[in-house]
Design a protein around this ligand. Structure first.
Ligand code: FAD
Length: 456
């Protein structure tokens, strides 16, 4: 049986960044991933754009995530960080999904990471408060692997939970998670026609169809974005619901042009009340997601200017999961911490995305915006737990409340947490694997040396 310094479960953005980070520092790293490619929600869930690297005019997410964005841009897979024409954040970073798969392959290979695709975590063996080995399931059947330090980057805290770490799921009052969404990718969209329709709208149409653009953001700034990101067509969507053409709860369309002009991600479907960690619910969500996707396709082709000749190139491929389990770690990050922009002594990343709760019941969405340019920090204490000492958790399932997760869960935040988790895992290998025993200052200095944005 092979023994690694760092074993990472889950090759989404957080697990990939953790692997590159630990690998570059010299650790022998194994990264296992259920799909046949890296990127998690960004590739398997069809999510995009990355949103947002900035806090006001400052780029808060640098380090490995900054490098990833630069490499995507330099290879023609992304226009870079561009103006956010939804008005929701400062910038968005569109990208090409296939390009992202390739760059993540390259970055992990360059860092000497061993990647095992099509491999699921099946079981965990724990001895005296430490994970001793993992049982993996793949084409070879059940195999085991050993490591000094383990990282849970599964998004759902699968590894931590199997190892006995306490967790919460969903919001406190009713345990409901944010809705799942089946994103769709459509091409052959005439984005110029959409822009013109919005710009030519009178006050009444603007208020009815594009309330967000007439509120937070002026529709006149749409041209500042070389790729279009837009919420809206609210009245048309409502009318389609009344006609029975749209059968799920959502207020309107939300769509984002990718790196490829005329290709759009439609983030609009909404699946309520199902548990993303229950295999039966998850299967039902995939079926419902595909049904909703067909409703959306018919609606946009028949009613939305610019989409008349659009073609659906794919759903998902998998259902998108925004939130599920959170570990209960040594510190539980709260929305008050975010709102007060607390700078923790053991801060490992800075982030400024709003609290963005897609309503678990459909109509109960919540948004909280920090002041322009303000940011909060994520403490290392939210990555470690008091049950398993050689385990670090990264990405969207670290220790926090439901509401705090609704902010740092987005890609740049999840990736920056992954970067830090990988560096912490490397340092932990030098402390016999105990992730509690590392020097927080040393971790912060290491992250700064790797160009992470982390003011003293
Ligand atoms: C519909 C939707 C829209 C979104 N929109 C945006 C957006 O516009 N902009 C933005 O920046 N963010 C957006 N997000 C959020 C963002 O994409 C994710 O929160 C972020 O990518 C999470 O990264 P992660 O690495 O923590 O988890 P994930 O991306 O979920 O990665 C987890 C990985 O672990 C693997 N895995 C899971 N369990 C196992 C197991 N047991 N064994 C082996 N492998 C396993 C999975 O296959 C996956 O690759 C959206 C999310 C959703 C669902």
């Amino acid at each position: 049986m092979e023994k690694y310094d760092v074993v990472i479960c889950g090759g989404g953005i957080s697990g990939s960044m953790a692997a590159v980070s630990a690998g570059r520092l010299g650790a022998r790293v194994l990264l296992i991933e259920a799909q046949g490619y890296l990127g998690g929600m960004l590739t398997a869930g069809g999510v995009g754009p990355m949103m947002t690297f900035h806090g006001g005019d400052v780029q808060l997410i640098e380090g490995l995530m900054g490098e990833l964005a630069d490499r995507l841009r330099d290879r023609g897979f992304s226009p870079g960080h561009i103006f956010d024409s939804t008005g929701y954040t400062y910038t968005v970073t569109p990208f090409d999904r296939e390009g992202l798969k390739l760059i993540l392959d390259e970055m992990t290979a360059e860092a000497g990471v061993n990647v095992l695709f099509h491999t699921l975590l099946a079981d965990v063996k724990v001895r005296e408060g430490n994970i001793s080995e993992l049982v993996l399931c793949n084409k070879a059947g059940l195999t085991t692997c050993k490591g000094v330090v383990f990282i849970d980057a599964t998004g759902d805290a699968d590894l931590a939970v199997k190892a006995g770490v306490p967790f919460t799921k969903g919001r406190e009052e009713d345990g409901l998670c944010q809705p799942m969404t089946m994103n769709l990718l459509m091409y052959n969209v005439d984005s110029e026609k959409i822009r013109n329709f919005v710009k030519e709208s009178d006050e009444k149409r603007l208020n009815e169809e594009f309330p967000e653009l007439s509120g937070r953001q002026s529709h006149l700034t749409l041209d500042r974005a070389p790729r279009l990101s837009m919420p809206g067509f609210t009245r048309s969507f409502k009318e389609a619901k009344q006609r029975g053409e749209i059968t799920f709860e959502r207020e309107g369309l939300l769509f984002f042009e990718t790196n490829n002009p005329g290709e759009f991600i439609l983030n609009t479907s909404r699946i309520l009340g199902l548990d993303p960690t229950d295999p039966v619910d998850l299967s039902q969500a995939e079926r419902l997601g595909r049904q909703q996707a067909q409703e959306i396709v018919s609606f946009v082709k028949n009613h939305i200017p610019g989409f008349e000749k659009a073609i659906l190139s794919s759903t998902g491929p998998c259902i998108g999961v925004r939130s599920s389990r959170q570990i209960v770690g040594t510190y539980i990050l709260t929305q008050e911490d975010l709102k007060k922009t607390v700078f923790f002594d053991d801060a490992i990343a800075c982030y400024g995305y709003p609290i963005d709760v897609h309503g678990p019941k459909g109509q109960d969405s919540e948004h909280y915006f920090l002041e322009y340019g303000a940011y909060y920090t994520i403490p290392y204490g939210s990555l470690i737990n008091n049950t398993i000492h050689n385990l670090i958790t990264v990405g969207r399932c670290i220790s926090s409340t439901f509401e705090a997760q609704a902010s740092y869960r987005t890609t740049p935040g999840a990736g920056a947490i992954g970067h830090a988790g990988g560096a912490a895992a490397y340092l932990s290998t030098q402390k016999g694997g105990n992730a509690h025993n590392i020097d927080r200052r040393e971790l912060q200095d290491l992250l700064r040396a790797q160009k992470a944005f982390l003011p003293e």
